[in-house]
Design a protein around this ligand. Structure first.
Ligand code: HH2
Length: 288
């Protein structure tokens, strides 16, 4: 048997476990925190900090200790603000190789943040169990098949090449999700493995990111769990000017309101502070 087919068989065996992963995570009676691990030189807020494999693994370990339920590994900046350089398949795999298996061994599910189907497949074979596609299955024509074949959950994020201040952003997000969900269905991805994400900061003006957060509840109509990643994003700077590493207050405010609007998963750089904010908000709600 070829290594490729062995890995598919391994993944097919693991698929029941992987879809159970999402059900188990969402079965918790609290929001789920996804800690961000960028193994990149140029991510918008922490580029270069975790490019060294040892430092990356240590950071993941720390996020798990701080309460992260999922670790999201990315080896190419998703370029929310158009400044990062596209990365080749080889380079993306080279950055992930020394980190992925070790992080997958930390005891929480790992999602792979990639737009490339081949990277997703390799990461799933190396221990990742969720695919996070910032182009919602619409960029790489093989992505939906990879997700379907491995039977894993997928995060479908809204994106656009460029922001257009003139459009109705909620209508655009809804139309994008409809296209992605059709691709998922056609590929045989079961509906209970799909998470939707409005893509805060991606192809949106800061005002449109605020609108997407304010009207998040509308997206609940799709009937899928919602993920929000507002961590350190530029709309915060527009409201209250600060560089990316000084946007924790704004990130927490956005994430608490996202949970109030129906978000089940929060993607964050600052795990300890996010977990604390979510716990305190939940305790206050419970004390009513
Ligand atoms: N945001 C970023 C990257 N991936 N994935 C999802 N599902 N949702 C998001 O909001 C999201 C994402 C951008 O943040 P970061 O990873 O810190 O930056 P970069 O892409 O520059 O590495």
């Amino acid at each position: 048997m070829s290594p490729a087919s062995q890995s598919v068989c391994h993944s097919a065996r693991a698929s029941g476990e992987a879809s159970g992963t999402l059900a188990r995570l969402l079965g918790a009676d609290r929001p789920i925190v996804m800690g961000i691990l960028n193994v990149t030189p140029d991510s918008f807020s922490d580029g270069g900090r975790f490019l060294d494999p040892g430092t990356a693994i240590e950071h993941a370990r720390r996020m798990v200790a701080e309460g992260a339920d999922i670790i999201d590994i990315g080896a190419e900046s998703t370029r929310p603000y158009g400044t990062a350089t596209p990365v080749s398949l080889t380079e993306e795999m080279r950055r992930l190789a020394p980190v992925l298996a070790a992080v997958a061994g930390l005891g929480v599910p790992v999602s792979i943040d990639t737009m490339k189907a081949q990277v997703a497949a390799a990461a799933l074979a190396a221990g990742a169990s969720i695919v996070n596609d910032v182009w919602g299955l619409q960029r790489d024509p093989d992505m939906a098949d990879v997700v379907s074949r491995h039977g894993v959950p997928v995060i479908i994020m809204h994106n656009r090449e460029t922001a257009d201040p003139a459009i109705d952003i909620m209508a655009d997000i809804a139309a994008f999700f409809t296209r992605s969900l059709a691709l998922a269905e056609r590929a045989g991805i079961s509906a209970d493995r799909v998470v939707l994400d409005p893509g805060i900061g991606f192809g949106k003006t800061p005002e449109q990111s605020l609108t997407a957060l304010a009207r998040l509840d509308q997206l609940g109509a799709f009937g899928h769990p919602l993920l929000v990643g507002a961590s350190r994003k530029r709309f915060i700077d527009k409201v209250s000017p600060a560089p990316p590493d000084r946007r924790l207050g704004g990130s927490l405010a956005a994430h608490l309101l996202a949970v109030a609007g129906g978000a089940r998963i929060i993607r964050a750089h600052d795990v300890a502070e996010t977990v604390q904010a979510l716990k305190v908000a939940a305790a206050i709600r419970a004390a009513r």
